[in-house]
Design a protein around this ligand. Sequence first.
Ligand SMILES: Cc1cc2nc3c(=O)[nH]c(=O)nc-3n(C[C@H](O)[C@H](O)[C@H](O)COP(=O)(O)OP(=O)(O)OC[C@H]3O[C@@H](n4cnc5c(N)ncnc54)[C@H](O)[C@@H]3O)c2cc1C
Length: 481
Amino acid sequence: MTAHPPKTAGDLPRVTVLGAGPAGIAAAYALTKGKARVEVLERATVAGGNSTSFQIDGIWCDYGSHRFHPVADPKVLGDVKTLLGDDLLLQPRHGRIRLGGRWIHFPLKLQDAILRLPPAFAASLIGDMVLKKFRRKSQGPKSFSSVLYDGLGPTISENFYFPYVKKLWGLDPDKLAVMLAERRVSGSSIGKILGKMMKMLPGMRGETTGRFFYPKKGFGQISQAMVEASIGQGAAFRFGADIVRIEREGTRVTTVVTRDGGKELRHEADQVYSTIPLTTVVRLMDPPPPPEVMEAAKAIRFRGMILVYLILEADRFTEYDAHYFPELSIPISRMSEPKNYNSATGPKGRTILCAELPCDPGEKWWDMSDEELGRHYCQWLGNLGLPVTMPVIRCETRRIAHAYPVYDLDYQRHFETVDNWLLGLDGFLSFGRQGLFAHDNTHHAFAMAYAAADSLTADGDVDRTAWAAHRHEFESHRVED
Ligand SMILES: Cc1cc2nc3c(=O)[nH]c(=O)nc-3n(C[C@H](O)[C@H](O)[C@H](O)COP(=O)(O)OP(=O)(O)OC[C@H]3O[C@@H](n4cnc5c(N)ncnc54)[C@H](O)[C@@H]3O)c2cc1C
C-alpha cells in the first residue's frame, strides 16, 4: 500500500517528514505554505517531542523547565506570536541558583549577587577577574574544562560549571568537548557575566530582558498550534507510526516503510525530511550504510533523563519558577514549579514540583519506582533547606531517552562520519536537535526546519548550496537556559 497520492505533472513535491517534535512540525508548517505536500510520521501518540506538555491533576506540565526565549529569530518569534495570540504570555524570569551554599537570583542580578554571595566567594571571583591576565593557560589538548578554566577562572568553573556538567552528562568536564562550552556557555568571561548583569539593571534593560514567552496551556501549546495550522494547510500527521525501514537505491532514498498491524505501508516521496535521531536513521537504512558509518553511529551517545513530578497538597510550594542545583550532593539538576510558568491560579490545593534527574538506562535511578524516587526527592529538598512540609499526594515520572547529545572528546569524529554519509544521500535531509546532534533550543529547531523548507526546490530537490549556507548559520546557535 502507498500513503502519498502518486505525483502527476504540475503537482507540488511530496515530502515525508519523520518525527513530530518542533523541528518536524515546523517543517510541515513551512512546507505546506505552497511548497510541498506533506505527510508526518511520528512514533508517539502526540506531537511536540521533548517540547510537549500534558496535564497532571489539572496542571499543565512540561518535560522539565521549558521557556520560549525572546532571542528567537524574528520570523520564528513572529509566527509563534501569530499562532498563539493572547495565549502567549511574556513572563518575568524568577529563579534561584545555589552558589557558595546560598540562594542567588537566577538570571543573576547585580544587586542580589552583591548582597547574597558569601564574601569569600565574591572576593575569589573578583580575584579571578583581576588575575586573569597572569593566570597560566592550560596546556595540552583543549576540552570543556580547559576552555572554562582559562576564560572564567577556578571559582565559577569549580563551583558551578564543572559539577553541573558532570551531573548533566555523567562525565568529568575534561572528558567533554570544547563545543559544549561554545554552545552552552554564553558568559565565557567574568566581564561578560557582569555585562549581562548590568543589562538586568532597571533603566538598562529592554522589554524582554529577564523575561520569557510561555503559553497559557503549557509549552507544548506552541507545537500543538503549529500542528493545527499545518493540518489546516493540508499536512497529514500519522501518530503511532512504526517505521520499520528507510529504503534506498544506491545513494537515493526512495521510500519509508511503516508497519500497521500485519500490513506494511509504503511512503514514497521526493524527499524524506528526518528529525528523528541520526543513530536511528542509520539503524533503519535499507540496505545498511557502510560498516564505518554503522560503527560511528554506535559510538554516538545521547543522555537520558527522568522527570520526577511530586504532586503536593498546597496552592504553591514557592514563588520561584525554577531552582538550579549545580552541586553534586543532589543528583537533580533543576526543579521547576509548573504553575509559576503560566501564573496559574488553579487548581486550588494542588501544586507540582518537577525535578530533572539526568540519568541513563541502567543507572540506579532508571529502574526505581515512582514512590521510591519521590521519597529521595523529598529528602534532597530537605537537605537543601527546602523541606516538603505539606502532604505529598503521589509521585509520577516520565523518562526520555534523548534528552541531551553527549559531546564527549570523540563525538565530533563520529558525528561527522555519519553526517557526511547522510549528506551524500539524495532525497534525504536530516535536521533538528536529534537529526544534527545539536544541543539546541526549540526556536533553533524551528529555524532549522524553516531553512530546510527554504532549501526545497520547485521540482522536489534540495538546493545543496543553500542548505550548506544554512548549516553554516546553525553553527552560531547558542543555548539559552
Ligand atoms: C530538560 C530539557 C529542558 C529544555 N528546556 C528548553 C527551554 O527552556 N527552551 C527551549 O527552547 N528548549 C528547551 N529544551 C530543548 C527542546 O526540548 C528541544 O530543542 C526541542 O524539543 C527539539 O525539537 P526536535 O523536533 O528537534 O526534537 P524532539 O523534540 O526530540 O522531537 C523528535 C521527535 O521524533 C520522534 N521520533 C523519534 N524516533 C522516532 C521514530 N523511530 N519514528 C518516528 N518518530 C520518532 C520523537 O517521538 C519526537 O516527537 C529543553 C530540553 C530538555 C531535554
